[in-house]
Every structure is written in C-alpha cells, then in structure tokens.
Design a protein around this ligand. Structure first.
Ligand code: ATP
Ligand code: MG
Length: 597
C-alpha cells in the first residue's frame, strides 16, 4: 500500500477521509435520515409513506446521460457514489438520465451497464434492482409542474427566446419581469395543458418557475422548467411533446428515489438554491417525502494529457484518429480496459486522488502508477524481445554440441513461488534487443560490446566478440562466445562476474507476436486548454506496432491476460485481436515513469 494510505495500528488499510464521508458520518450520527420510509421503488410521498423503514442507511446515485461512453472522469464518480453506499450501509442507484429525447441510444445504455459492473459495482442490493430511468418519472414531473402552477409558483411565458434572454439581466443588472408573469394560475394551467396537447409550436412558449427576477443568483430568475419539443423518445415514444428541463428533472428524480446525498460536480453549485427551492415547494405540497435529498458538489477529475469531453472524444472516433471508443489510447473505460487497466487499478486511482471542493489537475502518471502498482504484485513475468537482432554463440557447437538445445527456467513471479516456473530453451542462436549491443559503447554501457562479458538472464554468461553487417552497414548479427559452466542456478555459475544482464528469447522456441507500443495520445498536458484545437497536439507516435519474439510460456495467454514483460513494462493480450492462432499484446504501461525524460 502507498505511503498516502493511512493505516490503523493493526495495519489494516483504512479509507482516506474526505468531506463527503464526514458529512455522511455526521448525518448518520445525527439520525438525519433515520425516519425515512422506502416504498420498494421510486415514488411520491404517499408511495413511500405506505412502505417500510428504509433498509438503506443512505442512498446515492450515478446518473449518466446515455449519450456516450463512460470515461475516466465518470469512473471517479462511480467509485465515489457506489463506494460511499458500500462503506456506509447504503445503496447506490444506477439511473439513466434520459429526459432529453434526442440523444439517447441503447448501445450506450448497455455499454454503461457493462462498465459499472466491470468496475466492480452492483445496483442490485438485498435482492432489489436499483436500475432506473428518469423518463419513467415524466408523469410525476408533469403532475409536479401542474402543482407549481396551481400554487402560484410557475407560469407560462410566451416571450421570444431573445426577449427572455434580454430580460434575464446579468451579474450587474437585475432581470425584468415577463409581461406574462402576472397571469392567474387558471390561465397558466389552461395554457400548459395546451402545450402538452400539442396546440403550440416548438419553442413558442415555456413553463417557468416563478421565483425572483432580481435574485443575485441568475439561476433563480424564473428558470424554465418545461419546453415544447416534438421528438420521439426512446422510452415514451410520442406520448409527450413537452419535456422537462434538466434543472427541474434532476432534483425530482433524486427525490422520487429517496436519494439522501446527491453528489455532482462543482459547476452545479449555483444550481443548488433552485434544487432546494423546487424540492421545498413540492414537499410543502405533500407531493414528495421529507427530508428531501441534498446536493453536494465535488471537483471533477481533470487529468493531464487527456480530454474527457464526449463531443471531442466522438470527433476522434469519427475522424478515425483512433480505432474506436475502445481504442487503447482512449480515456474511455472500455479503452482503458483494452489497454490493460484493471478495476483494482481504477478504484485505487479514484481513492488516491480523493475528493475535494476545488478544481485541480491530476498528473497522468498517477493513473499509470496505480496500474503499475496493482499489476506488479500479480502479473506473471515473461521474456520478450521487441526489436530483435540475432545473437550467434559462435562456440556453441564446440562447447555444447552441434544441434543441442539446453533447458532454462525462471520464476513465473519473483515473489509468488507458488505460481511455479516457466520453461524455455537456449541454443546456438537467440534473439536479443538491438539496443543491447554497441560496437563502441558509450560511457556506463555494460551490455554487449566487443570484449565485454554479459549474462543472458536465466542463462549463461557470454563474451561479445563482434557483429556482422550487410552491405549498407546495418548490423545483421551479433557474435559472442558462451562461457561454459555459468548457467544460472548451477553450482559455480556466478564465478564469472558481470555488470550487465540482458533478456533474450531463443530462436529455437521463440514465438513471433504483434506488440502494440502505446503512448499518450496528446503531447500537450492540457490539449484543449484555452479553447485550443486539441488535434494540434495529437501525438504522432502514440502507436508503434512491432513484430516481437516472445517466450513459449505465452502460448497459453488468453485475451485480457496481463504480464510483465521483463525490462519492458506491463502488457495485456488484446481483448479483440489476440487469440485464434494470433498473438497480439498491448503495452499498458512502462516499468518506470519515463514520459518526458
Ligand atoms: P457531457 O460531457 O456530455 O457534458 P457528462 O460528462 O456530464 O456529459 P453525464 O453522463 O451527465 O456526463 O455524467 C454522469 C455523472 O458523471 C455526472 O454525475 C457527473 O457529475 C459525473 N462526471 C462526469 N464527468 C466527470 C469528471 N470529469 N469527474 C468527475 N465526475 C464526472
Ligand atoms: Mg451531463
């Protein structure tokens, strides 16, 4: 565990505290939500009153709009909401926020469900599925709107969009009342029903809450709550031609679901007074159960070298800058998964970055560090040569015998002896990394150069004698002599001291594999900062594909299996392309943080 994870005296790791955990602890201690009833499903005040004492101590929710793939920022929110529910005896709802009729797609709904489960979370609790969709609440929302009209808290405004904007005022200027603001509830109700019945054009009028056009908080200057929009909704079809605005729908969704702690990102802070105003009115009217949910804001995740705007990510996909939403360079969860990220690594990351009330940037290396840390303890090791050149042991036939191949072995994992050993051959010819040989070595170079002794890891000590070149001067072979009786693990093998050790794969049993060397997708730490075109800093070298030689133990690798390729980093067998006789590995992360060095 990292130094930043506090431990109790018996050294069980505990969760770092954050302001949300403190709020929940305080609410639980004070019994704020102790008397809440739960009707067994979302519903109004009467529905919950007829239910039982809520078995969930708290209720949180993750409310994605099903209009794109989830990304690493959403992962922070998922880990936070589901994690708090888990840690405090609560439940977390997965709610599709599908009140906007135009953008939803079943492909996204399914992908989001898969992602939440893959991350290790479950919306089923005590045998009850808490998977909801906001569009199921349209009937209640409509009823709530009629209630507000009848109570004098809402009116139909027929000003043009332009006049409405003009009359809203700004920071320094109070708003101006709409000429339609003084209509009677009866007039408003008739008009609103006409809106619902399709008597008016899209955009010709809206239902607005009636609060205060002079409020210093512009969000309280009679925000719109229903608009006319003739659009077919994926769930409700053509039943409605009016749809609720997000700021009206969201608090109601939370309240119907008896959410206690409604956690959102900081940009909604200014909306909180309206959230409370609306729920207070609907509780007053007896429509919603009390105490109503409370909204808390936290800082969204900003990760360097990453963009999280759905629109911009979509552009990368449609312009074919990447191979799809699950391209291993994408910050989508499906992309991270294909890159080799594990749920454990992402959960560790979410925990480590914590929850704060002020925006900041998290360095991408923090995410990579979490992956490295979680894979190091478990990933089987393997030897792989990514940029092969042939090494010929010129005295092999004399000292070992012509045609002879010897057996070598290595631990599957250096700290997990129970995983056993991997076996491979050594013969007269082995593949080594091109960069492990230098004709004239730079200072501090201890690997192969003429006259120098080096160990083939898990094999013998060899002494380099030179190389062969083609007509163009390219090195085609490296030559060395094997020093007898130096094989690793045999008595006296360490009699010859060497400073360098290199990895290798025998020509006799090495297998050819495709390896994809991924790097950051952008060269700039904040690719879209200041309105810049993020495509300008697209990293041209974010993918390099090589044909490597891998040790024979990898023949049994299955898609999604992760390995440490010794000296190279952590790799995963590609979940789409690996298998059926084809070996394809993706670099998940290097062994060390080497970016920019
Ligand atoms: P868009 O990019 O279309 O504006 P969005 O990122 O807000 O969408 P939603 O589907 O509305 O996507 O998000 C679902 C939840 O995920 C919200 O509660 C939101 O607060 C949270 N979320 C989204 N992005 C981040 C982020 N970068 N960091 C933390 N939470 C996030
Ligand atoms: Mg959103």
């Amino acid at each position: 565990m990292s130094a930043s994870t506090p431990t109790t005296p018996d050294s069980t790791p505990t969760k770092p505290s954050n302001f949300l955990r403190q709020i929940i602890e305080h609410d639980l201690a004070g019994g704020t939500y102790a008397a809440r009833q739960w009707g067994g499903s979302p519903g109004d005040a009467a529905h919950h009153a007829a239910g039982q004492s809520d078995p969930a101590k708290i209720r949180t929710r993750f409310p994605p709009e099903p209009n794109g793939y989830l990304h690493v920022g959403h992962a922070k929110s998922i880990c936070l909401n589901f994690g708090l529910a888990r840690d405090f005896g609560g439940v977390c709802h997965l709610r599709f926020d599908d009140t906007n009729p135009e953008k939803e797609d079943l492909e996204y709904v399914n992908a989001i469900k898969d992602t939440v489960q893959w991350l290790g979370f479950d919306w089923n609790a005590n045998g009850v599925s808490h998977l909801y969709q906001a569009s199921d609440y349209f009937d209640f929302m409509y009823r709530a709107a009629e209630y507000l009209i009848e109570a004098g808290h809402a009116y139909v405004d027929e000003q043009s969009a332009e006049a409405m904007r003009e009359n809203r005022g700004d920071f320094g200027k109070p708003g101006v009342d709409s000429p339609f603001r003084a209509r009677t509830p009866a007039e408003n109700l008739a008009r609103f029903r006409e809106m619902r019945d399709g008597a008016h054009e899209d955009g010709s009028m809206v239902l607005r809450s009636k609060i205060d056009m002079a409020s210093p908080n512009i969000n309280l200057r009679d925000p719109a709550i229903y608009r006319i929009r003739r659009a077919t909704h994926h769930n409700t079809g053509d039943k409605w031609c009016i749809y609720p605005m997000y700021t009206f729908a969201h608090p109601i969704e939370d309240a119907l679901e008896q959410i206690t702690h409604s956690i959102c990102t900081l940009e909604f802070e200014d909306q909180r007074p309206f959230y409370d105003w609306l729920l207070d009115r609907l509780c007053e009217g007896g429509l919603l159960a009390q105490p109503h949910p409370h909204q808390y804001e936290f800082a969204r995740l900003n990760l360097t070298y990453v963009i999280t705007s759905k629109r911009k990510l979509a552009a990368l996909v449609y312009d074919k800058r990447v191979s799809g939403w699950d391209d291993p360079r994408m910050p989508t969860i499906v992309g991270l998964r294909r890159r080799g990220y594990t749920p454990e690594a992402i959960q560790l990351f979410a925990e480590r970055i914590g929850v704060t009330k002020s925006d900041s940037w998290i360095d991408y290396s923090t995410l990579e560090g979490c992956l490295r840390e979680t894979l190091d303890v478990s990933a089987p090791r393997a030897c792989v040569v990514l940029d092969p050149v042939k090494l010929v042991l010129t005295n092999w036939d004399d000292v070992m015998g012509a045609g002879f191949v010897d057996d070598c072995s290595a631990p599957v994992h250096p700290h997990l002896p129970e995983l056993g050993r991997r076996h491979f051959k050594i013969g007269k010819e082995v593949w080594i990394e091109r960069s492990d040989f230098e004709e004239t070595p730079p200072k501090g170079f201890f690997r192969l150069f003429p006259g120098n002794k080096t160990r083939l890891k898990y094999g013998h000590v060899i002494e380099c004698t030179g190389c062969a070149k083609d007509a163009a001067g390219h090195i085609t072979q490296v030559h060395a002599k094997l020093i007898p009786d130096t094989k690793s693990g045999t008595p006296g093998s360490d009699a010859v001291k060497v400073k360098g050790v290199i990895t290798w794969v025998a020509v006799a049993d090495g297998i050819s594999a495709q390896v994809r060397l991924y790097d950051r997708l952008f060269t700039d730490a904040q690719p879209d900062a200041g309105g810049r075109d993020f495509l300008e800093s697209l990293n041209p070298d974010s993918l390099k594909t090589v044909t490597a030689y891998v040790e024979p133990s990898l023949i049994s690798a299955k898609a999604d299996d992760k390995f440490q390729f010794e000296r190279h980093g952590y790799f995963v067998a590609d979940r789409k392309d690996h298998g059926a006789g084809k070996m394809v590995f993706n670099r998940a992360v290097g062994l060390k943080d080497s970016w920019g060095k």
